[in-house]
Design a protein around this ligand. Sequence first.
Ligand code: 1PR
Length: 580
Amino acid sequence: MEAPPFSSSSQLRHRAPPLSRIHGAWNRRKPNLQSKKHFSIRASSAGDSTVTLLDYGAGNVRSLRNAIRYLGFDVKDVQNPKDILNANRLLFPGVGAFAAAMDVLNQNGLAEALCTYIENDRPFLGICLGLQLLFESSDENGPVKGLGLIPGAVGRFDSANGLQVPHIGWNAVQISKDPGILEGTEGHHVYFVHSYRAIPSEANKNWVSSTCNYGDHFISSIAMGNVHAVQFHPEKSGEVGLSVLKNFLDPSHSSKTKKWVNKKSSKLAKRVIACLDVRTNDKGDLVVTKGDQYDVREHTEENEVRNLGKPVDLARQYYKDGADEVSFLNITGFRDFPLGDLPMLQVLRLTSENVFVPLTVGGGIRDFTDANGRCYSSLEVAAEYFRSGADKVSIGSDAVFAAEAYLRTGVKTGKSSLEQISRVYGNQAVVVSIDPRRVYLKGPDDVKFKTVKVSAPGPNGEEYAWYQCTVSGGREGREIGAYELAKSVEELGAGEILLNCIDCDGQGKGFDIDLIKLVSEAVTIPVIASSGAGIVEHFSDVFQKTSASAALAAGIFHRKEVPIKCVKEHLLEEGIEVRL
Ligand code: 1PR
């Protein structure tokens, strides 16, 4: 377990940088090399292969560490402001919320050291929040003052016109000056996950090195001398992202020609996600399994759990094949205790060593009391998943209970797993996995839940249906519909919905378009369509007929019936933007 080097209660308490100094920086177009220094800069004698990492412990930077090591560099953690000043190159992966990050930076004297380091034009790469913190302020739980090195305020994407927020997924950037470390990204998609963004303006135009299109044009990277920052996640952007990191870590690696050609402007690509349902089989091995309508046992005398491969091997294969994301669902997590499930944590650790796309993990995220009476909060469970390499956690059963309570009382207690985890890690890190079952009805008003007119009538000619949510892997139906659940969990802090359908699961007959349309039109967060993919046309169908942001499949990939590459080529032929 990697202990965070800092916390806001650390003994390292220095004065926050004087505001006059920060204000002074606001109007500068480039770092002021003549400004009065509070610290002196000395490049460290550590070898050239050492990268200094500013991890203030607010989230998962394991993937970034893995990417740095994968590229042949060593990581040195910042322990105090001097480590920043002495760095040969500094990586700053901002994670968590803006205000909390600024608190830690200010309380530990890191803010001042960072400003000094950047003003002295030392090699710097900020990532995601590490870009936003360079600006004057942010509206995230604010306004809150930032480091003030770049003019402009960071604001939230506007979801008023139906824009799905957070901006999650793969989008290409438009380079506006010498590509620098962005060389090689032209026309390629990189991975974004954020709800806030900075906007290009006359005052900050000299800083902006690329913009991206989502709702409006926002700043996707800045560059000035040796100072760089990117809004996307290079450590999660596959080979393209690794080359951005490599360009920064080893500038001799990038070509000196500095020519670039902007490809046609991009939209947010539709994602194709490979899902691995994982559980321990009867021999005690952790295996990838796959059910038919959630029944994962072979229909033989032995009645064994189906074994379709090893989780880490399959995840690596899907990364190579072009999966935009990999999801692990610990399907017996609802009855086991995930922190007792060390093999599952090990799967995440090993996968994140060389799979550089987002990883989601679900199963068993809830408060838990073990046999010795020790209570674990869902936040602790999620934290361990994040530390082990997950980028997002997916909550199933516990989200249903939270939504039921919310609908009953109308009160957000702030205590549900969903609320707690999204408060600490941001809602983009929390997926709610819904396991609904279709219940046919004669009329639209036969139940108090939202109904749909179904495209294909039920077994007795029924024209309507509602989608009943279940818990415990489909074993127990609850008095709440998928529509009601989706709307409630969005309000409680979910950043994304993974929408399964028990009736379609493993059937290979296509996604449940009625259900996906119902839910994706009810919420403004991204919806992942899941269950039923059998052929490439099912993917184009779901993207053409619904507002789903991603489509997930399991069986056809595990059984090698349809390669991910074929799905993407087909989508492209159909005019649907994807990452290749
Ligand atoms: O309730 O928080 O412990 O989470 C449990 C998680 O495990 C939930 O996300 C739930 O969906 C999942 N789960 C539980 N039991 C099963 C099962 O199959 N017996 N798997 C299960 C759900 C559904 C999809 C599947 C797609 C695509 N699997 O993940 O991969 O339906 O399949 P296909 O392309 O082959 O049709 P908690």
